[in-house]
Design a protein around this ligand. Sequence first.
Ligand code: AOF
Ligand code: ZN
Length: 366
Amino acid sequence: MRRAIALAARGLGTTSPNPVVGCVVVDAEGNLAGEGFHEVAGGPHAEVGALREAGERARGGTAYVTLEPCAHTGRTGPCAQALIEAGVARVVYAVADPNPKAAGGAEVLRAAGIAAEGGLLADEAARGNEAWLTATRLGRPFTVWKYAATLDGRSAAADGTSRWITSAESRADVHALRATVDAVVAGSGTLLADDPHLAVRDAAGVRPGRQPLRVVLDTRGRIPAGARVLDDAAATLVVVADDLAPEALSDLHGRIAGRAEVAALPRNAAGTGLDLDALGKELYARDVRSVLLEGGPTLAGAYAAAGLVDKVVGYLAPALLGAGPAALGSAGISTIADALRLSVHEVVAGERLGGDIRITAYPARP
Ligand code: AOF
Ligand code: ZN
């Protein structure tokens, strides 16, 4: 199963809106017979590749799969049926399939007399598929907040300068992170201040045509005609408030000149920005299963306040500023008891990040 989880990870960045899945088939003696993983949405499922490789050796053997085999005929035939036909004696899977359309494979296998057990290395497999599992359960994208700050938590100096807080190595690491998500989201504040490009550099290994969608939250439609996100490196969605005056909207379309799509969404209850739940639904409908929040502090604060941050990746530079804006803006927290507590999953430091520290953490489960 550990091998199947490693195989599944090879699909990160190319399988969305489908899950990453890995499969290992061993023969009746327990020797490796076949391996497979899901490579691209609409392509063959992991089990199909592993069974093909195993051939006759699958008979009487065991299939280890990171996700419960599917029972449906979708873009490919049902894997439960393929496992039955291959003659495997036992199927071990890690995580049950939360997708109602495909679930039920374990039942199908048992009805055919095959031992089917779930739960092996479930936490590890679920972490490897965290974006798809969360998005499928909640109907909104899995949201990662990424930030760069000094050791005293500041993302810019008092005069507004912020280039470059972290090392070149850390910035390359961010490109690799971007290459695994379906969309990057930035607010118009960041857009107007920093004019970010938000595309993945080729060197980061993004597959051709798989650049994440660039999403700009631009309530008042202020994006300038020369903004770098309007180039053709990746697709861009500009989201405005649905109460934007018609003249402002046509003005905006004039500036964008067909280089981005525009969507209009309701404002949040306080009227301070867009309704982030509506945004989540909109992006999900556009097949976005994972989002990277790229700035700035105000937007991240709003996401945190709404309980919509699923993962935090912080790049900390060993430097102090003592003044300047904090990485996270107001999240509606005023007393220590209300602090958004996280549990640290991983800490990376040293050469690989040019002397910086990368902390990956998840909101602590209540
Ligand atoms: C995959 N790859 O290896 C497995 C999947 O879009 P379809 O018809 O290919 O079906 C996708 C569903 O099949 C998916 O949401 C999940 O529930 C199930 N299993 N999907 O893309 C795989 N094993
Ligand atoms: Zn399948």
